[in-house]
Design a protein around this ligand. Structure first.
Ligand SMILES: NC(=O)c1ccc[n+]([C@@H]2O[C@H](COP(=O)([O-])OP(=O)(O)OC[C@H]3O[C@@H](n4cnc5c(N)ncnc54)[C@H](OP(=O)(O)O)[C@@H]3O)[C@@H](O)[C@H]2O)c1
Length: 260
C-alpha cells in the first residue's frame, strides 16, 4: 500500500539506528518523505542516511541525540525550528527493555534505563515538538508502545510499566490537543525480531535468538507498514491505537512454537 499523502512530508524517527526505527525510516523514504533520524549510534545513522539519499532522492538529516538528555533534545528541536524543518510526523520509537528478572531480584539501574528512555525520553521529545506542531496547525505523533502495555507478563514488571505509561500518555496527549488538528496515535507490537532481545539480555546473542525460535515473528518492516498506514490516512482520521502481533502469537502468553 502506498500513501501519496506522505510524499514530501518530513518525518522524525527516534531510535532510527536499528530495528523498527530503521524500518520506519526506509518505509517513509519509499513514500518520498524527508527524514530526520535520531539515535545515539551516529555511524549507523550516517550510513543509513547516505543509502536513503542515494536511492530515494529525499532529504535526510541525522543527529546524535540521546532522548534521555532533555537539553540535547531541546537543542536538536531548536535547530530544526531554526531551519524551518519542523517535522510533520514524529515517530517516538527509541526504547528498550533491560533485563527479564523477577522484580524482587531486579537491578534498579535497568529500571532507570527503561524509565528514562521509554517514558521520559518520549516526554522530552514530545514536549519539545508538540507546541511547534500546534503552532503550525499540522502534526502527528506516533508512539511505539507494546502489547506489554496491555498485559503484563512474568518478569516483565518495569518494562510493562513503561509501556503502560506510553499507553496512558497517548491517551492523555490526545485529550490535551483537542481542538487542534494534531493527531496522536500508538502502534503496539507483539514480538518483533530486532536487536531488542540482544539489548534486553545485555548482548547475549544465543539467548536473544531463542526468543524467536519455532515461529515467525514480525519484522521491523511489518511494524513500519502499520506506522505508514496510520500516518498516511486523511487528516480527519485519527487512529488511537493499533495492536499488531505475529499470527503465531495471540497475546503475551499464547505463542505457538513449532517443535521438531
Ligand atoms: N522488538 C519487539 O519485540 C518490540 C515489541 C514491542 C515494542 N517494541 C518497542 O519498539 C521500539 C524499538 O525497539 P526495537 O525492537 O526496534 O529494538 P532495537 O532494534 O534495539 O532498536 C531500538 C532503537 O532505540 C534506540 N535507542 C535506545 N535508547 C535510546 C536513547 N536513549 N536515545 C536515543 N535512541 C535510543 C536505539 O539506538 P541507539 O542504541 O543507537 O541509540 C535503537 O535505534 C522500542 O520502543 C521497543 O520498546 C519492540
Amino acid at each position: 500500500m502506498s500513501f501519496e499523502r506522505l510524499n514530501g512530508r518530513r518525518v522524525l524517527v527516534t531510535g532510527a539506528s536499528s530495528g523498527i526505527g530503521e524500518a520506519c525510516a526506509r518505509r517513509f523514504a519509499a513514500e518520498g518523505s524527508h527524514l530526520v533520524l535520531w539515535a545515539r549510534r551516529g555511524e549507523r545513522l550516517a550510513s543509513l542516511a547516505a543509502e536513503l539519499r542515494q536511492h530515494s532522492g529525499i532529504a535526510v538529516t541525522t543527529e546524535v541525540v540521546d532522548v534521555r538528555d532533555r537539553a540535547a533534545v531541546n537543542a536538536a528541536v531548536a535547530t530544526l525550528a531554526a531551519a524551518d524543518t519542523v517535522p510533520d510526523v514524529l515517530v517516538n520509537n527509541a526504547g528498550l527493555a533491560a533485563g527479564l528478572d523477577l522484580f524482587q531480584e531486579g537491578d534498579p539501574t535497568d529500571w532507570d534505563r527503561m524509565i528514562d528512555t521509554n517514558i521520559k525520553g518520549l516526554l522530552n521529545v514530545s514536549r519539545a515538538l508538540l507546541p511547534l506542531m500546534i503552532a503550525r496547525g499540522r502534526g502527528h505523533i506516533i508512539n511505539i508502545g507494546s502489547t506489554a502495555g496491555h498485559m503484563t507478563y512474568p518478569r516483565g514488571n518495569v518494562y510493562a510499566a513503561t509501556k503502560s505509561a506510553v499507553r496512558a500518555l497517548t491517551e492523555g496527549l490526545n485529550l490535551d490537543v483537542a481542538g487542534t488538528p494534531v493527531r496522536i496515535s500508538s502502534v503496539d507490537p507483539g514480538m518483533v525480531e530486532t536487536e531488542f532481545s540482544k539489548v534486553r539480555f545485555a548482548g547475549d546473542e544465543a539467548r536473544a535468538k531463542q526468543v524467536y525460535e519455532g515461529f515467525r515473528p514480525l519484522g521491523g518492516d511489518d511494524v513500519a507498514d502499520v506506522v505508514a498506514y496510520v500516518a498516511g490516512l486523511p487528516e480527519h482520521v485519527n487512529i488511537l491505537d493499533v495492536v499488531v502481533m505475529p499470527t503465531a502469537q495471540r497475546n503475551v502468553y499464547v505463542l505457538h512454537r513449532q517443535t521438531n
